[in-house]
Design a protein around this ligand. Structure first.
Ligand SMILES: Nc1nc2c(ncn2[C@@H]2O[C@H](COP(=O)(O)OP(=O)(O)OP(=O)(O)O)[C@@H](O)[C@H]2O)c(=O)[nH]1
Ligand SMILES: [Mg+2]
Length: 700
């Protein structure tokens, strides 16, 4: 592959709702540009950017794939991102390294939930957008209706710069509303459009759409406006650069039409990318984060600046090891360069730099500012890291990801699996920013958290196939706690004075509840040496130990205060251990009278569903003991905020998917602890005791 630089580089991300045909369109572009010998298909596992085992098995993208086409004098790096809601954070992670997003919309469904989601990501990153209405060959595909849904959702700056010729099975080409030319294709052909006359029956419609476009472009530019008023129209020599600028500035979002499967219009998408989306060099600069000294360095995407690059993706390949995908934001990266990792310290050697065509590496001698590449075997570099010329430090901002929405307890199937589990998951975490693995300090279970049921299923499958580790998933145990609602005033005395060296400890305590979140407070209120100073910490320790082991059902006791106010000791027989025992006995006696009760974690949940589902979602939340906190309407979607006990949400992801035909999404985080209703307490206590095989501890 040739070396490209400056204005000959384009970086785009394919984004959009699942199944809109992003991956198929990438395959169509590759085939049309001669990069692959035949048209790859998602359905038979031959699509270049869905090459992972899991992607092929599930016929959907799971992580961002990279493809590259040489089109005319330009090189286009294409990042194919997943559209399924559980993996759509990958689209967000791609945006900082591209200069435009290709928003792919289904020709039948129009704007969908994830279309809006990725649109919002683009707004956040100010990413220029080109909208492709794909799958126009399908039954009931309808250009007019999809355009309407687009302008309804995203405003009147969304405007067609093409119109389709024919529809559904008779789709045969497109009319370019800028150049006013028609192109026809053979369905399933080589993808090269043949220039022809605009069909006579479309002329009036085309003329009208052309005028609308010209007016919108002229509106944004005073000089063009004048010219437009004088001449009554604008030529393509004016229109193309003006559109290019308007798109770069997010003032216009043009719409074109295609069929990925039928290979219609892929050549036009590449033409449009080259003509209308900005080259990296057109950005004024790329902003780094403020450094320790308060300076926020920035770089022009120019070969003249010191080399710097940002790692946006990491893959743990079972054979090649770790592969890091990066964008060169400034300077020229030469093969075999040694660069500094600014976040972690340490240096990395870039041996065998390459550009990726799906899973295939193509070696390159150097990569210029604005280009995207990959390298294997960096030692300590992970996604989000910035590396570069040691003398010119900079750190590009990392992408903020949401918190995981679902947690499972994970258990190895066998002893052999146990040893492999940790290392395997840690490898997977390198490539997956939404995967979490930790041990619950209270229940001692290993937990695995992710974006949803299917995400976790993918992880389990990867563990099995890549790392030959088999696991069992279970709903995680709810981390209940215990507390008190009443007061107590008790004595705890530990005495064993029969023969030999005796044991003696004695304390009097008051116990009272604290506000939620108050944890534990110990107050020493001993006057006159009823207990010598050195025996007071042992009393506290005895109480803490007993509280950690729980009273009702083995859950830690929290939110209470203990005041130690009296006691007695024995000159010979008293020691640390005896006072610890006295503390434990006092604690238990106090719990008997202080009205112990169970606490459960309450989650703050935010659920987004299409409006039609709002009613049933709220009803369902009620049955989960949820408390609705608010409701919001966001263009066709209802956002419900609620507080719901964690115990009722353990498998919510699956249930939400089935309640909303996969169109709902949710997020939740720990909010506070609250008292478990009486009738549930008994069940939980019984169950916990049974699980522990509880034998009541002997009174000391
Ligand atoms: N009829 C028709 N089917 C298409 C077209 N493009 C894609 N498909 C089919 O639609 C399905 C989804 O296509 P993909 O390319 O995987 O869609 P995607 O947007 O990459 O989906 P995710 O990766 O899950 O976000 C596959 O079965 C394709 O064969 C098209 O233009 N016309
Ligand atoms: Mg895909």
């Amino acid at each position: 592959m040739k070396v490209y630089s400056g204005t000959n580089i384009r970086n785009v991300a394919m984004v959009g709702h699942g199944h809109a045909g992003k991956t198929s369109l990438v395959s169509a572009m590759l085939y049309t540009a001669g990069a692959t010998p035949r048209l790859g298909r998602v359905d038979d596992g031959s699509a270049t950017t869905d090459h992972d085992e899991e992607e092929i098995a599930r016929k959907m993208s799971i992580s961002t794939g990279l493809a590259v086409v040489e089109w005319g004098t330009s090189k286009i790096n294409i990042l194919d991102t997943p559209g399924f809601s559980m993996f759509v954070h990958e689209a967000k992670m791609a945006l900082p390294v591209v200069d435009a997003a290709i928003v792919v919309v289904d020709g039948v469904a129009g704007v969908e939930v994830v279309t809006r989601r990725v649109w919002n990501y683009c707004e956040e990153y100010k990413t220029p957008r080109l909208i492709v209405v794909n799958r126009m060959d399908r039954d009931r595909a309808n250009a007019e209706r999809v355009l309407e849904s687009l302008t309804n959702a995203f405003g009147r700056d969304v405007i067609p710069i093409e119109l389709p010729i024919g529809s559904e099975k008779s789709l045969s080409g497109v009319v370019d509303l800028v150049r006013m030319k028609a192109y026809t294709y053979e369905l399933g052909g080589n993808g090269k459009g043949k220039e022809t006359e605009i069909p006579a029956n479309m002329r009036a419609q085309v003329q009208e759409a052309h005028e609308m476009l010209v007016e919108l472009v002229a509106e944004g530019d005073d000089k063009l406006m004048e010219k437009f008023f004088e001449a009554g129209t604008l030529g393509e020599e004016d229109l193309i650069p003006a559109l290019h600028n308007a798109i770069r500035e997010d003032k216009i979002f043009p719409v074109i039409f295609s069929s990925g499967l039928g290979n219609i219009g892929a050549d036009r998408i590449m033409d449009f990318i080259v003509d209308y989306t900005p080259a990296p060099a057109e950005h004024e600069w790329v902003q780094g984060e403020a450094a320790g000294n308060g300076d926020a360095p920035k770089r022009h995407e120019s070969d003249e600046e010191p080399v710097s690059l940002y790692v946006f993706r990491t893959v743990s390949d079972a054979f090649a090891g770790r592969i890091s995908y990066f964008k060169v934001f400034s300077g020229v990266l030469k093969n075999d360069a040694t660069l500094q990792n600014f976040g972690r310290g340490g240096q990395e050697k870039f041996a065998h730099i390459q550009t990726m065509q799906g899973k295939t590496a193509i070696p390159v001698p150097e990569l210029h500012a604005g280009d995207i590449g990959a390298v294997a075997k960096l030692k300590d570099t992970l996604t989000g890291d910035t590396l570069g010329d040691k003398s010119a430090p900079i750190q590009y901002p990392r992408v903020k990801l949401p918190e995981p929405a679902i947690t499972f307890a994970i258990e190895p199937k066998s002893r052999a699996d146990e040893d492999k589990l940790g290392p395997g998951i840690h490898k997977l975490m390198e490539e997956d920013g939404m995967l979490r693995f930790f041990r619950d300090p209270q229940t001692k279970e290993f937990l695995i958290a992710g974006t949803g049921q299917q995400h976790i299923e993918v992880i389990v499958s990867k563990l099995k196939k890549r790392y030959h580790t088999e696991v069992v998933l279970k709903a995680p145990k709810v981390p209940y706690r215990e507390t008190i609602r009443g007061k107590a005033d008790v004595q705890g005395r530990h005495k064993k004075q029969t023969g030999g060296h005796g044991q003696y400890g004695d304390c009097k305590i008051r116990m009272e509840p604290l506000a939620r979140g108050g944890e534990f407070e110990f107050v020493n209120d001993i006057f006159g040496g009823a207990i010598p100073k050195n025996y007071i910490p042992p009393v506290e320790k005895g109480i803490r130990d007993a509280a950690a082991r729980g009273y009702l059902a083995g859950f830690p006791v929290v939110d209470f205060r203990v005041v130690l106010y009296d006691g007695s000791y024995h000159d010979v027989d008293s020691n640390d251990l005896s006072f610890q025992m006295a503390g434990r006995i006092a604690f238990k006696k106090a719990m008997e009278v202080a009205k112990p009760t169970l606490l459960e974690p309450i989650m703050a949940v935010e659920i987004t569903v299409p409006d039609d589902f709002a009613g049933s979602i709220m009803g369902d939340l009620n049955s989960r003991r949820g408390r609705i906190q608010g409701m919001d309407n966001k263009g066709g979607n209802t956002v419900v905020k609620a507080e719901v006990p964690m115990a009722e949400m353990l498998t919510y992801g699956v249930e939400l998917t089935s309640m909303t035909q996969g169109r709902g999404s949710f997020n939740m985080e720990m909010h506070h602890y609250d008292v478990v209703p009486g009738q549930l307490q008994e069940k939980i206590i019984e169950k916990a005791k049974a699980e522990r095989g509880e034998v009541k501890e002997e009174e000391e």
